[in-house]
Design a protein around this ligand. Sequence first.
Ligand SMILES: *Cc1c(COP(=O)(O)O)cnc(C)c1O
Length: 378
Amino acid sequence: MSSNIIKFLESSSIENPCLVIDMKVVEKSFSKIQKAYLGSDIFYAVKANPAKKILESLNRMGSKFDVSSRKEIELCLSLGIEPSKLSYGNTLKKSDDIAWAYKNGVSLYVFDAVEELYKISDNAPGSRVFCRLQVPNQGAHWPLSNKFGCSKDMAKELLLLANTIGLLPVGISFHVGSQQTNIKKWEKALAMCKEVYLFLKKNKINIDFINIGGGIPISYLEDSYNFDIFSRELNRVLRNVFDNNTPNIMLEPGRFIVADAGIIESEVILVSKKQLNQKNRWVYLDIGRFGGLAETEGEAIRYKMEVKGNQGNKGPVIIAGPTCDGVDILYEKSSYQFPLRLKAGDKVRIYSTGAYTSVYGSNFNGMPKLKEYFINSN
Ligand SMILES: *Cc1c(COP(=O)(O)O)cnc(C)c1O
């Protein structure tokens, strides 16, 4: 968490709501993950925050990139990132987009269905492909549900098929769900990968890598966990599942790289009560579910929030966004507490908001879009 962002906010008069990213923290997080998973290939999940500054800096540090659309590929290529460093990691791709990516040098594609596999062989012949497994996502704070992946048995069949229709089967992937704090979910998923891996080996196909996805958590309000202990555990699981013979590992961290590098500053628009003696106050901020805080849906991700300046005694609040939509409520059940003296115009800082915020922001209701600023603290 960067106190330099706070210094920057105190010394400048930028309009709220704004997101400030400290590039030094991005770089530190990348180094941390590089060291913790020595020898593995790191593909930053561009969707978490596709800001040019972030992509450029990670590219300089040797990162590769997990991209999910033609626009994300175009963005990377426009920054001089080699197409050989891109993995087209969305299981949902239009034929035209595959053909375009192929023409522009992208050679690594994911699939989880037979139709997708044929789309790739038709539009990107000879490419390297990996199959995504459907794995349990329970326990993840932002699960990716059953939407992605296929069963082990289907994966075996499709990877064999890939080999016969002119594609190179090179990997198996999964994603345990974003902000997944339960190491057992990786263990289960890796055991599934191992079965497919051994099956392929028996059939004379030696794949290059196991892609263990994203999901690596950060500390939000109440998940205080230790990255070093978590990574030691995950490395132990990686060795155990594969009996000390672990294939190359590919990682696709998104949240872990950028979340802690960002703080949003927002402004209180109104503090109110609906009844004379109501205990809970409603606090309306100038940013909500449609302005970038989409991951508060179902109160899934609980950000740490702090009111700037004089604190005093606190009391319970319901926190909502600024739009005329009834679902634009951030936290109703999560018992947040704000100072009793809170009033319109006060600033509220929302921590660990560098991931999955700026990209979700719309200007629904004519609200200003979340502006992003970058600092480089030393
Ligand atoms: C979103 C996504 C990621 C990043 O996940 P995090 O939990 O943010 O690390 C990685 N891989 C794929 C395929 C994704 O869809």
